[in-house]
Design a binder for this molecule. Sequence first.
Ligand code: NAI
Ligand code: UGA
Length: 436
Amino acid sequence: MGERVGVIGAGYVGLTSAACFTQLGHQVVCVDNDQSKVEALRRGEVTIVEPGLTELVRDGLGCGRLRFTTTPDELSDVDFVFLCLPTPEGKDGAADVRVLEEVVATLPGLLRPGCVVVTKSTVPVGTGARLTELLGRPDLPVVSNPEFLREGHAVEDFLTPDRIVLGAVPEHRASAERVAALYGETNAPVWFTDPASAELTKYASNAFLALKVSYVNVLAELCEHYGADIRDVGRLMGLDSRIGPAFLVPGPGWGGSCLPKDTAALLRTADHAGVDFGILRDAMKANARQRAAVVRKIRLAITGVSDGSLSGIRIGLLGLAFKAGTGDLRESPALAVARELARSGAVLTAYDPGVEAVEPDIVQVVDDPYLVAKDAAALVVLTEWPEFRELDWERLAAATERAVVVDARNLLDPATVGEAGFTHTGLGTDPNRRTG
Ligand SMILES: NC(=O)C1=CN([C@@H]2O[C@H](COP(=O)(O)OP(=O)(O)OC[C@H]3O[C@@H](n4cnc5c(N)ncnc54)[C@H](O)[C@@H]3O)[C@@H](O)[C@H]2O)C=CC1
Ligand SMILES: O=C(O)[C@H]1O[C@H](OP(=O)(O)OP(=O)(O)OC[C@H]2O[C@@H](n3ccc(=O)[nH]c3=O)[C@H](O)[C@@H]2O)[C@H](O)[C@@H](O)[C@@H]1O
């Protein structure tokens, strides 16, 4: 028999947690204050792009173990409540925990004795202690259980995580163990630690991923200077098991709803402690430069000079989301590049399998990749959707005004698109050289 679990927030993390805990056999009530979202979820409609999530939600609704509500009162009989609320970037880069604190302040009047309050939101170090104080009820243990899922792989990552981290003060260790048990049988290491370590691990992980991508982006620039190829350099670095192959592909910069805000928040936390975390600041600066570098590359490919005018020039964009596998546009480097191109007078058309619309004054979104090529002076790959590789590049070449492609994700095989007639520019690659 499963446990009674409450989840507050039905976004990427909350909805995934609710659906997966239901799948693991628990009874789940998921609370969100967005009425229309809750109504859609009750009909089994999931609006975010997450493989397998709709099916899990529908299964959960079907078997009656998952329900959605806007009424926090329905948490009165749960034994665990997971906080999956937004913690956006606030003043000076610090995480804004106001929503979380407001919601937590309402919980003492709602929860039954012994209910475990679990923080899944990404929260600054010290939040666990702060929430304990806010709750003001010693019978409500607080456990930190940071979430490491990636968008586009949310269900898979939740059900088969690399690790499960639980932070609790020694008196609440048993509660942390009960939280761990909710995940059922798992091959993942389950690690119990103190709340501050759990909270910091989350920021440390995201910021490290950001550092890794900034590192490879700068390295790509260096490769161009010396005629080296970042595809080889990245692959060969990645063969070192201490480095690992992931997060070594250059692109228009790291974005999304978390890496930028979490890096900023960690830097703020370090500043607050008087710790010089300059390498983080440098990674953030490199990230801002990367978008501009991609725009310069596009100008150069189209006009022959890196500051050439784009006024009235048609450009086709492949990808708008911050990465492949999601329709999420939050802090999307692709969108930032599009904005800059639009500001420079370019006329933009875009296709992204996960995105239906963006601000129409910037770019016209179409539902057919071949339409973006029509009369374009260049195509630009901004999001690394694998299906872009499989497009009919000869057909695309025929539709363009000039067969120029700027591959800001090093996604395409230069030889294939070259044979189709395209002039190809990647990041940190020599167009005349084949790897292998
Ligand atoms: N998106 C991701 O891939 C990951 C996010 N996180 C962290 O998890 C937390 C949540 O992130 P997301 O799920 O992406 O956010 P989200 O924006 O997708 O979802 C947040 C949900 O909370 C609801 N909400 C806001 N205020 C509320 C209130 N007062 N009462 C009830 N519901 C309320 C919103 O309507 C929304 O449905 C953040 O701290 C984030 O840093 C952690 C790991 C992965
Ligand atoms: O806290 C969070 O929200 C999550 O943030 C990231 O997940 P996500 O935001 O889904 O995105 P990532 O897959 O990490 O990609 C981040 C950015 O780096 C870019 N990237 C990634 C890898 C790479 O080699 N090159 C590269 O440019 C992506 O395109 C994207 O813009 C982390 O990977 C998750 O572990 C974490 O739980």
